[in-house]
Design a protein around this ligand. Structure first.
Ligand SMILES: O=C(O)C1=C[C@@H](OP(=O)(O)O)[C@@H](O)[C@H](O)C1
Ligand SMILES: C=C(OP(=O)(O)O)C(=O)O
Length: 411
C-alpha cells in the first residue's frame, strides 16, 4: 500500500512555493483539510495556485508582492498553518488577521508571538497574544538569538520564515531535535541555513527561487498501519514511498524496543529521506518512552498507546505534556476513549501508563474532533469482534482523506 502525502511537508511546499520567485510544482500534495487551509490563505494573499488532483502549480512572487487580504485568514483546525503563517506575515508590509476553529483558538500561540515581537513584529491577540484571533501589522524585522523554550518544529519554522525577511542574522538554539522539514526545503528553494550543533543560523534578506517538490507519503499516517501490522495475527504489509526522516521516525525506535517485526526495505537519503517498510505480526513487549524521543514521535503517541495495550508488561510514556495542547488534550482523550474499550490505561501529568496485554471490547467512543484520535480508534476497532461506534469520525479528513477506503481494502 501507499499512504497520502506528508502533511508537514505539504504545508511547507505551499509556503516556500509562494515565497520563492517563479513556478513551483508540487506532486503528491496532501489534499487534507489542514493543507487546503494553507492553499486558501495564500490565494487570499494574492498568490495564484492551480490545483489538479494531487498536483499544485504555484506562481511564486516573494513576500514583497503579496497583497493585503480583504478578509480574515481562517485557518480552521491547523496549528501548523497558524504558527508558520505568523512567522511569514510578521515581515510583510500589510495588515492581516488570523483565526481558527474552536480547538485551534484554544491552542497556545504565545510561544510564537513573543520571539516575533522581539524581532520587532507588531502582533496583538486575545489574552495579550496568547490565543487566536491574532492581528499582525507587518514590520521590518531584525534578526535575534533565541533559545527555544519548547521542542516545537512549528515554533522553529515560524522563526526561520521570519528570519528570511529580517535585517541581519538569526540564531535559533534547540535543546532536542524536532522535525527539520523547513530546514531541508529552504535549501531546495536556494536559501541558506547553517547548523552548528544545536544552533541554526539563518541569514536575513534572502531571495528564494521556485522549484519542484515531490511530497513523500506521510510517516504519521503510515504509523497507523505499521502498528496494525504489528498487532494483528498473520499480517505482512509493505508500505511504499513513505517519508523516513529520522526526526519523524521515533515510532520505529520504539517498535524495535517492543520487539516489533519490521524492516526498512529500501531508503533514499537525498533531500527528504524516503523509502519502503515491511511490517509483520509481532509478539510485543512493553517499554518506557520519554526525553528527546518525544518530539520524534509526538503525533504517534495515540497509536503507540494502542500498541502498548497489545504488549506484555507496563508501558510508560513520559515528558509528553505537549500532548495536552494539541487538537484535543491527547492525554485525556487517548486515556478516556481507550478505557471505554477495556484498556488498562491511566493518565499522568506528562503522559500515561498502559498495562498489557488486554483483549479490547466494543463500545461507543468519540474522536473529540481530533483526527489522530479518530484514526487510532478505527484501528482499535479492528482488534475486537464486537462493534465499535466512533462519534465525530469525519475529522479524519484533516490528515487522511481516504483512510476509510484504505482500511476497508486491507482488513
Ligand atoms: O511543524 C509541523 O509540521 C508539526 C509540528 C508538531 O507540532 P509542534 O511544533 O507544536 O510540536 C506536530 O505535532 C504537528 O503535527 C506538525
Ligand atoms: C498536532 C497536529 O497538527 P497541527 O498542530 O498542525 O494542528 C497533528 O497533525 O497531529
Amino acid at each position: 500500500m501507499t499512504v497520502p502525502g506528508d502533511k508537514s511537508i505539504s504545508h511547507r511546499a505551499v509556503m516556500f512555493g509562494a515565497l520563492g520567485e517563479g513556478l513551483t510544482e508540487v506532486t503528491n500534495f496532501l489534499n487534507g483539510d489542514d493543507c487546503l487551509r494553507t492553499v486558501d490563505a495564500f490565494r487570499k494573499l494574492g498568490v495564484p495556485i492551480r490545483a489538479e488532483a494531487d498536483r499544485l502549480f504555484i506562481e511564486g512572487k516573494g513576500l514583497a508582492h503579496f497583497k493585503e487580504p480583504t478578509d480574515i485568514l481562517y485557518v480552521g483546525n491547523s496549528g501548523t498553518t497558524a504558527r508558520l503563517m505568523l512567522g511569514i506575515l510578521a515581515g510583510s508590509s500589510f495588515y492581516t488577521v488570523l483565526s481558527g476553529d474552536r480547538s485551534l483558538n484554544r491552542r497556545p500561540m504565545e510561544r510564537v508571538v513573543k520571539p516575533l515581537q522581539k524581532m520587532g513584529a507588531e502582533i496583538i491577540g486575545r489574552e495579550r497574544g496568547k490565543y487566536l484571533p491574532i492581528s499582525i501589522r507587518g514590520r521590518r524585522l531584525k534578526g535575534i538569538r533565541y533559545h527555544l523554550p519548547v521542542a516545537s518544529a512549528q515554533l522553529k519554522s515560524a522563526l526561520i520564515f521570519a528570519a528570511l525577511h529580517a535585517e541581519g542574522d538569526t540564531m535559533i538554539v534547540e535543546n532536542a531535535p524536532s522535525r527539520n522539514h523547513t530546514e531541508i526545503m529552504l535549501e531546495q528553494f536556494g536559501g541558506q541555513i547553517e547548523q552548528h550543533g544545536k544552533t541554526l543560523k539563518i541569514k536575513g534578506n534572502q531571495r528564494l527561487n521556485g522549484t519542484n517538490i515531490h511530497v513523500p507519503g506521510d510517516f504519521s499516517s503510515a504509523s497507523f498501519f505499521i502498528a496494525l501490522g504489528a498487532m494483528v495475527k498473520k499480517a505482512d504489509l509493505v508500505i511504499e514511498n513513505i517519508g523516513l526522516n529520522p526526526t519523524r521516525t521515533g515510532l520505529l525506535d520504539v517498535l524495535k524496543r517492543m520487539n516489533g517485526n519490521f524492516d526498512i526495505i529500501e531508503k533514499y537519503e537525498k533531500g527528504e529521506p524516503r523509502g519502503s517498510l515491511r511490517v509483520r505480526s509481532s509478539s510485543l513487549v512493553a517499554t518506557t518512552i520519554g526525553g528527546d524521543l518525544i518530539p520524534r514521535l509526538i503525533d504517534e503517541i495515540p497509536i503507540i498507546a494502542l500498541l502498548a495495550t497489545q504488549a506484555e508488561g507496563t508501558t510508560v510514556i513520559q515528558d509528553a505534556k505537549e500532548l495536552r495542547v494539541k487538537e484535543s488534550n491527547r492525554i485525556s482523550t487517548v486515556v478516556g476513549e481507550l478505557k471505554k474499550l477495556g484498556a488498562k490505561i491511566e493518565a499522568t501529568e506528562d503522559g500515561m501508563i498502559i498495562k498489557g496485554k488486554t483483549k479490547l471490547s466494543g463500545g461507543y467512543v468519540d474522536s473529540h474532533g481530533d483526527h489522530r484520535i479518530g484514526i487510532m480508534l478505527a484501528i482499535a476497532s479492528l482488534l475486537t469482534d464486537e462493534q465499535v461506534v466512533i462519534e465525530n469520525y469525519e475529522c479524519t479528513n484533516i490528515s487522511y482523506p481516504n483512510f476509510f477506503e484504505q482500511i476497508k481494502k486491507i482488513s
